[in-house]
Design a protein around this ligand. Structure first.
Ligand code: HEM
Length: 407
């Protein structure tokens, strides 16, 4: 197959092919598409069953062997921190930060994709890396914004932009190194964030691997949460009937219960968020390198081969979902005939054992955004009837401009 260059055409082409070829086929000479739900689950489980963090380049340069650190150890450190952060106090602080950031832009005519990106990233940054100066936070944010712009921009960046990008990336990396080192030497207080566990692990991990681990989290909060928030606004604007249902629920919800456990406190809103994540799962394609031989029956992956996964294509698979292109949060009502047939069909946060560690806090953030939209702000969008979603590295609403004012 000749691969169309535009990401949108590419995605449409592989969706059509996936339907015709049962979800598993060579997308081109080097990449196997694994878009069948059960196969995606199995290949992920096998591929990452013993994933170890190496320091290969540094080991080679220094002619040494660094200690192996298992990825499961890294994940369990993140999950422990996130569990401690899952309280009314910390979740409430996240929602308050979102409100403050939106308040700064009240009444302005804004690009809503950039605004939601800013709100999602700046409110989540202290969860990943806190206790940093405004200047340090600015550098980290600029690095993440540049990474994201490169991914969502329809045109490739020029040479100067690329050089600036590398410069910002290096300086942002220096911030992370400095924070970890100073915390380790008692020159900065320890924090309840996703970087802190690696201060204790520094002697085993070394600074390069610790930086990689913290960068993984920073990159994870720099992309999907913001694009998911933009998609949420997009569906919110397009569905006044759901705006009404959500407002009814959220105006009556107990604020403390909402901060503690929003998915229980506001089930209608939870269904709305789940449906947004089903239709518009970011990122649209995940590229993975295979580590062990894997037999799919009709074809095989060998170690070193590449494969593609896509929550988006699984969520749009007509064999799994009735009318998959229709936005209908009620498919998540228990027993709904158009709901997910089983757990492998709904995978907005990916697959074990690499599944997104931020799934819960990411959901809290999106539900908090719904509450702000329904109870605090009034959103007006330019030409809502012309709204259209572009498919880049993630779904991105095009020409999505508008303003938020207080109700
Ligand atoms: C709605 C918001 C979010 C979405 C849709 C999302 C989605 C994803 C997806 C699809 C993956 C890849 C999983 C795989 O490879 O199977 C992932 C990985 C990851 N996410 Fe998220 N994510 C979100 C929010 C967050 C947040 C808020 C955090 C941190 C606080 C986070 C941290 C991570 C990390 C650390 C990984 C890498 C896990 C690993 O490599 O083991 N994510 N996310």
């Amino acid at each position: 197959m000749t691969t169309p260059q535009h990401p949108e055409d590419f995605l449409h082409a592989i969706r059509a092919r996936s339907a015709a070829e049962d979800g598993i086929f060579w997308v081109d000479d080097t990449r196997l598409g694994v878009f069948e739900a059960e196969a995606a689950r199995r290949v992920s489980a096998t591929n990452w069953r013993r994933f170890v963090l190496h320091d290969r380049l540094i080991d080679m340069l220094r002619r040494r062997h660094s200690t192996e650190v298992r990825w499961s150890e890294i994940r369990s450190a993140w999950l422990t921190q996130l569990h401690t952060l899952a309280t009314a106090e910390h979740q409430g602080a996240l929602l308050d930060r979102m409100e403050r950031i939106i308040d700064e832009r009240l009444g302005e005519d804004v690009d809503l994709v950039m605004l939601t990106q800013d709100v999602a990233l700046r409110s989540m940054l202290p969860v990943a890396l806190s206790g940093i100066t405004e200047g340090e936070a600015e550098l980290v944010r600029r690095d993440l914004e540049m990474k994201l712009l490169r991914l969502v921009s329809p045109t490739p960046a020029g040479i100067w932009h690329r050089l600036r990008f590398v410069g910002v990336q290096l300086r942002s990396g220096l911030v992370v190194r400095r924070v970890l080192r100073q915390r380790a030497h008692g020159k900065r207080p320890r924090q309840l964030d996703l970087a802190d566990p690696f201060v204790d692990l520094l002697p085993r991990l070394g600074m390069d691997r610790a930086l990689d681990v913290v960068t993984t989290v920073l990159t994870a909060i720099g992309g999907p949460p913001g694009t998911a928030a933009a998609s949420l606004l997009y569906e919110f604007v397009r569905h006044p009937e759901w705006q009404e249902l959500l407002t009814e629920e959220l105006a009556a919800v107990d604020p403390v219960e909402f901060r503690t456990a929003p998915t229980h406190a506001a089930p209608v809103t939870h269904r709305f968020v789940k449906e947004v994540l089903r239709l518009w799962s970011p990122p649209l394609l995940l590229v993975r390198r295979n580590q062990f031989s894997f037999d799919f029956g009709k074809t095989r992956l060998e170690p070193g081969d590449w494969y593609l996964l896509s929550p988006h294509l699984i969520h749009r698979d007509e064999r799994l979902w009735k009318e998959p292109d229709v936005f209908d949060p009620d498919r998540f009502l228990p027993g709904a005939p158009h709901g997910p047939a089983d757990r492998t069909c709904y995978v907005p946060f990916g697959w074990a054992p690499k599944k997104c560690v931020g799934a819960n806090i990411g959901t809290v953030q999106l539900m908090g955004l719904c509450r702000l939209l329904c109870t605090r702000y009034q959103l007006t969008v330019d030409r809502p009837e012309d709204l259209r979603m572009a498919l880049r590295f993630a779904p991105v609403p095009e020409d999505f401009r508008g303003r938020l004012v207080l109700r």
